[in-house]
Design a protein around this ligand. Structure first.
Ligand SMILES: Cc1cc2nc3c(=O)[nH]c(=O)nc-3n(C[C@H](O)[C@H](O)[C@H](O)COP(=O)(O)OP(=O)(O)OC[C@H]3O[C@@H](n4cnc5c(N)ncnc54)[C@H](O)[C@@H]3O)c2cc1C
Length: 438
């Protein structure tokens, strides 16, 4: 006779959301299983990437003593506006960033995710890898009661399931918690390459004094051929993470191949010297949900909650995702603990999770930037036009032509008008302001 595997809670997915949920529940004594389809936790995971310590500290107050596998602390951050042969840089470097633990670190997920899973395991969670959840099991009334995995004899039961399956949210869709598959307008595709380089070269090129300093630069304009999207250049201990991301719709409409956009970016005259002599070590592509607050799935139903990318919890403007995922996973875990105490796994009870998220930065930020994707969609010229304009202004401003400065200022205004009417600029700025204010 087949054995019935029964737990207090099941978590699907070993990314930051799922592992945070599993750790939280296991630590409180719930019999918790974390199911991950990768060969090891983190095997399939991939990001820019910057990890924010506030979310780790909320989960594991003593995380610093547990020696997380961080790459470099961020001591310089900022934006570069790229034109075809020039750049305007706006970065921030501060002594503030030098305290330990720092606010943010670059991280390689193949190292960080297993470390976080190890903490969940130490707290008592059963971490099962190489196992895919095929579907969620429901009783006759539709309440979630467990999951079916691809293992023989692989049904697992629990009164509560937390789905943290990432952006490709097939289980969430099949449960009917979200209506549509991700349309290409609301999902970005990012390609990233990790290029290994000696630490001393990285430090010299980015102006860092040692391994205790690091830079994270987000780049707009020519990096994505002026199309809505961003590129990034992050320093790791012995390598550089470089990547580009654009809405999937843009790749389709402009018949662009992601690897071609990355290759073009790497060959840009401003970027190429940073990579000189480096050896490609890792290459990959991944989707990023840009669904926004208004198109999120239902976060709770009878016996189930959804956290992280599976629920579209990403703030692309601030390149934040892992901290939203970890916070949501932790809050879902805390709600599951309360549900066990109350013996109530109904949607009504589990909706406390949504309330907690609404009161936290996770849904407050998502609400604030709810119009951001629509802004990019309806203002596709924004990044190209203004990045090029800023570069042309800088060139005009920093070169002397033997003409009065008043005339130079008039020329600058003329340069803007050639690209966009005053009315057009005003419209863009109002739209941007609205997208930033929610
Ligand atoms: C190129 C790129 C750059 C990024 N840069 C940053 C950054 O700098 N900072 C930042 O904070 N965020 C960044 N993000 C976003 C961040 O990576 C995500 O928001 C975050 O990883 C979401 O965590 P998650 O746990 O929800 O999902 P994931 O990390 O995607 O984890 C989901 C897990 O579920 C597993 N899984 C899926 N389906 C099943 C199944 N059926 N059965 C079993 N297991 C399953 C997967 O294998 C995976 O391990 C970036 C993303 C990309 C793609």
């Amino acid at each position: 006779m087949a054995t019935k595997h029964t737990f207090d809670a099941i978590v699907v997915g070993g990314g930051p959301a799922g592992t945070a949920a599993a750790l939280t529940m296991a630590r409180s004594g719930l019999k918790t299983i974390l199911i991950e389809r990768g060969n090891f936790v983190g095997a399939k995971n991939f990001f820019g990437g910057v990890m924010y310590t506030h979310a780790i500290a909320d989960l594991l107050p003593d995380f610093w003593e547990r020696t997380p596998p961080f790459e470099r602390p961020l001591t310089e951050q900022g934006y570069w506006m790229l034109a075809p042969d020039s750049v305007v840089r706006m970065t921030h470097k501060s002594e503030h960033y030098k305290h330990e633990p720092a606010d943010a670190y670059t991280v390689l997920r193949a190292q960080f995710d297993p470390w976080l899973a190890e903490q969940a395991s130490k707290a008592g969670a059963l971490v099962v890898t190489r196992t895919a959840v095929l579907r969620v099991l429901q009783d006759s009334k539709g309440k979630v009661i467990g999951v079916r995995t691809d293992r023989p004899d692989g049904d697992v039961y629990a009164p509560i399931v937390i789905i943290a399956e990432g952006v490709n949210n097939l289980l969430t869709q099949r449960l009917g918690l979200i209506k549509n598959d991700l349309p290409p307008r609301f999902v970005a595709l990012a390609v990233k390459e990790y290029i290994s380089l000696p630490a001393k070269d990285i430090q010299a090129r980015f102006g860092l004094t040692g391994a205790n300093e690091g830079a994270a630069i987000d780049i707009f304009g020519d990096a994505t051929m002026g199309l809505p999207g961003t590129a990034f250049l992050y320093t790791d201990k012995a390598g550089i993470s470089i990547g580009v991301g654009m809405l999937l719709d843009e790749f389709i409409q402009h018949k662009l191949r992601p690897y071609e956009v990355l290759a073009r970016f790497k060959n840009h005259p401003v970027i190429q010297p940073y990579l000189e002599g480096g050896k490609p070590f890792e290459y990959g592509a991944h989707l990023i949900p840009e669904t926004g607050y208004d198109r999120m799935p239902k976060l709770a139903a009878d016996g189930v909650m959804v956290a992280g990318d599976a629920a579209g919890m990403v703030d692309a403007l601030h390149r934040e995702g892992t901290n939203l995922a970890m916070t949501a996973g932790r809050m879902a875990g805390l709600t599951a603990i309360k549900a066990h105490q109350a013996g109530d796994f109904s949607a009504t009870f589990l909706n406390q999770y949504r309330q907690d998220l609404e009161n936290s930065f996770v849904l407050k930020d998502m609400k604030q930037y709810r119009r951001m994707t629509d802004f990019l969609d309806t203002t596709p010229h924004f990044m190209g036009t203004y990045a090029n304009f800023l570069n042309d202004v800088a060139l005009r401003y920093f070169t002397a032509h033997g003409i009065p400065k008043r005339d130079m200022e008039r020329q600058i205004v003329g340069m803007l008008q050639e690209r966009r009417s005053f009315f057009g600029v005003a419209q863009d700025m109002v739209k941007l302001l609205r997208a930033m204010r929610g």
